[in-house]
Design a protein around this ligand. Structure first.
Ligand SMILES: Cc1cc2nc3c(=O)[nH]c(=O)nc-3n(C[C@H](O)[C@H](O)[C@H](O)COP(=O)(O)O)c2cc1C
Length: 398
């Protein structure tokens, strides 16, 4: 991996190693992919402020997210079908995250099940839950996450109907891949991938297969999933989930200041400012452009996490400067997983760590808590709310 120096290098290798249908599945956004592109373009527009002659000898990228100590302010985002990027992908990514000291989030739509991952790793991980019509099954999933000692439940609220991804339809993207001639030829040229997936614990949706009555074969499972996302999803459902899950709750997919205020009132521990990596509402604003508004709307009532377009440590510093407590990373680690399995995920995290560390030095900060609007050329885009200073002011008054 000597020549791998940035996330895009991992992406190039993944593109060669992973069958087209699954690589495209990871890459794609919905419809015209306007929001997918906006996520990156708007991050790149935020310019960092170069500072000099500040002693930055001792730097520390560690912080806390939801009270958990983390070695850097990122967590691996829930990503469906990791086990189709590399056999046992969920287990490998979780191991890499835990070795690096950051949280891993297992998707409902994973290949390895909650139990597969729990028995293969040493520490608790986060579990992401979709709201589905079959509430009995959902309740059972929450209980399984609790039995596996998951340390947080990430409830995704932006997928009650599915945004269309053109490339998935054109590629015949199913699990396992639809046996079209094109796909067979493609897989035949990726023997390392085929071997890793064949050796993997599961080849279908591990959290669903065997748990949903009469849904043992893959096609009916796929149909079941499409029918099961619940368009009736509303704020009252959060109360119901809370009644079943006493642990930490994170609401994922908040893109509006009013929704953020309501999210804070639910008593959830955190929200994630996210547009699902540009995979749902196409034409939505980039998530980075909404972040400061959301931070200002909720103040210190709820922790605000961020995702959408993070590909470097520079991006992490940008999001933190705009008020995020931490960032979820999606595609950046998926490229590592597709390229080199567990080592590739570890490499992706390491790349981001080193970039963040150097970026902190060159913007004149030593600690994560020092990152705010002052590291930006245009500080006016940062939220007005300053968590630390407000806390300090409160103390003084007392
Ligand atoms: C291939 C892929 C699959 C995803 N699957 C899920 C999922 O199962 N559940 C979920 O809440 N979010 C899912 N997401 C969204 C991510 O959790 C995250 O919001 C997004 O990837 C962040 O953008 P980024 O990829 O630019 O970092 C998925 C994203 C990708 C790219």
């Amino acid at each position: 991996m000597k020549n791998i120096t940035c996330i895009d290098d991992l992406r190039q290798v993944a593109r060669r190693r992973v069958p087209r249908a699954f690589f495209d599945y990871a890459e794609s956004g919905s419809y015209a992919e306007e929001t997918l592109r906006a996520n990156r373009a708007d991050l790149e527009r935020i310019k960092l402020r170069q500072r000099v002659l500040v002693d930055v000898d001792k730097r520390d990228t560690s912080t806390t997210i939801l009270g958990e100590k983390v070695s850097l302010p990122i967590a691996l985002a829930p990503v469906g079908l990791c086990g189709m990027q590399h056999g046992d992908g969920e287990i490998l990514a979780c191991r890499a995250a835990q070795a690096a000291g950051i949280p891993f989030t297992l998707s409902t739509m994973s290949i390895c099940s909650i139990e597969d991952v729990a028995e293969s790793v040493r520490k608790p991980f986060w579990f992401q839950l979709y709201v589905i019509r079959d509430r009995g099954f959902m309740k059972a999933l929450i209980q399984r996450a609790a039995a596996a000692k998951c340390s947080a439940l990430v409830l995704t609220v932006d997928l009650q109907v599915l945004g269309q991804r053109h490339r998935d339809i054109k590629n015949g993207m199913t699990v396992p891949p639809e046996l079209r001639l094109k796909n067979i030829i493609d897989i035949a040229t990726k023997p390392a991938w085929a071997l890793s997936v064949l050796r993997g614990k599961k080849k279908t949706f591990g959290n669903l297969a065997g748990h949903v009555k009469g849904m043992e074969n893959v096609n009916s499972l796929a149909q079941w999933t499409a029918q099961q996302f619940d368009p009736t999803l509303n704020w009252k459902d959060i109360e119901w989930v809370k009644s079943l899950w006493p642990g930490k709750l994170i609401l994922k997919g908040i893109m509006d200041a009013d929704d953020a205020k309501t999210a804070a009132k639910t008593g959830a521990d955190a929200l994630i400012c996210s547009n699902h990596g540009g995979r749902q509402l196409d034409g939505a604003a980039s998530s980075i452009s909404m972040l400061p508004k959301i931070v200002d709307a909720v103040g210190s009532d709820i922790e605000v996490l961020f995702d959408g377009g993070i590909r470097s440590g520079q991006d992490v510093e940008r999001a933190l400067a705009l008020g995020a407590r931490g960032c979820m990373v999606g595609r950046a680690y998926i490229y590592g997983l597709g390229a080199y399995g567990q080592e590739g995920v570890a490499k992706a995290i390491e790349i981001i760590r080193k970039e963040l560390d150097v970026t902190m030095a060159l913007t004149g900060v030593r600690k994560i808590s020092e990152i705010d609007g002052r590291v930006l050329v245009d500080a006016s885009v940062a939220p007005r709310f300053k968590p630390k200073r407000r806390a300090a002011a409160k103390k003084k008054k007392r």
